[in-house]
Design a protein around this ligand. Structure first.
Ligand code: BMA
Length: 334
């Protein structure tokens, strides 16, 4: 998978979406067919699937049957395998609950120091990681676990999650990351994962590597930047931050990606072709992930008859945008 991502980055970038086949505006997978052709808002507009498929495993830690957004883990598994067997790739975020308070990811009760080694909730956390491990190992195609691009504890430089900046100290954050990787890899034998480090948009005083767990624990560098209805500010951040990520990736010999982005409700004309494309086309990212299409108040990709439908079609025809059919052509020479 690493090699394929590298080859992708030489041709352009893989256009990806969170929950692209899980649900969209006015439909959900659970009511659809079980194999390709699967429904997808992106497919309805551009006649092709995204190249990358994002999923979130929040809820798996409690052994829930559905994730925090109502997607059944059994369905998620099917959709991950469908994505992979058709030449796409799978990224996974984890909006996990707060192990100390029992609240959600946005419950900022301090918890990181309690779940790392020596903490009162360490055993609970180990069980949580075991559940993640069991899930990752169970997503198989031809009897082999498929590659998973895992992006845990994201946006740690913000303070909205319990693992974020003001809610834990950097040393503990790094310990948590390393222990998580060690548990997955060495204790629970998970070997189908690439790990992505992805801070949120950098503020003036933020240092990209402040929470970096070290090269041995990270495979790919990333950044999350949303457009909060401020085109100028968004473009500035995209240029500035992607440049830092690129330089850092070069020094550390890593691939890098634009791990989350979007403009909620897509109400800026020509957002894909004008606001976004010019600033990412030569950035060197291997993929870009747009967030989910939940409702008409919370969506990030055009659907049929949405105002930016034609803009997404134009975007898909630009030289660097790669959808599923484009990356199917990229073959790894053995
Ligand atoms: C956030 C929002 C939430 C969602 C979470 C995890 O950005 O979309 O509604 O629950 O991601 O997918």
């Amino acid at each position: 998978m690493h090699k394929k991502l590298f080859l992708i980055s030489k041709e352009g970038f893989a256009v990806s979406q969170q929950d692209a086949t899980s649900y969209g505006i006015g439909w959900k997978y659970a009511d659809q067919q079980t194999a390709m052709p699967l429904k997808s808002d992106v497919y309805d507009v551009v006649n092709d699937y995204p190249a990358g498929f994002g999923f979130d495993i929040g809820g798996i830690e409690y052994a829930h049957t559905h994730n925090l957004d109502g997607v059944a883990f059994t369905d998620m598994k099917t959709l991950m395998v469908e994505a992979y067997k058709n030449g796409g790739f799978v990224t996974v975020s984890w909006h996990l609950g707060n192990p100390v308070s029992g609240g959600n990811s946005w419950d900022t009760t301090p918890a990181v120091s309690d779940i790392i080694e020596g903490g009162a909730y360490h055993e609970t956390y180990k069980l949580w990681v075991k559940r993640v491990a069991d899930f990752f190992k169970s997503v198989t195609y031809k009897n082999k676990p498929i590659p998973i691009i895992f992006r845990p504890f994201h946006e740690m430089n913000g303070s909205w999650f319990w693992w974020g900046d003001k809610n834990c100290n950097t040393i503990d954050y790094i310990k948590l990351w390393r222990e998580t990787v060690n548990l997955l890899r060495d204790e629970y034998n998970v070997h189908n994962v690439l790990y992505v480090y992805s801070p949120n948009k950098l503020n003036a005083t933020d240092e990209y590597l402040k929470y970096y767990p070290a090269d041995a624990y990270v495979d790919i560098l990333g950044i999350d930047i949303y457009d909060f209805y401020n085109t100028e500010d968004f473009i500035k951040s995209v240029q500035h931050d992607l440049n830092i990520v690129k330089n850092t990736a070069e020094t550390h010999n890593k691939l890098f990606a634009f791990t989350e982005t979007g403009l909620e409700k897509l109400n800026t004309a020509a957002w894909f072709t004008n606001t976004l494309y010019p600033y990412i086309k030569d950035s060197g990212i291997c993929w870009i992930l747009f967030w989910r299409n939940h409702t008409t108040n919370h969506f990030y990709m055009p659907y049929k008859k949405q105002a930016l439908e034609n803009d997404l079609i134009e975007f898909s025809e630009l030289p660097k945008t790669l959808f599923l059919k484009d990356i199917q052509k990229i073959k790894i020479k053995k």
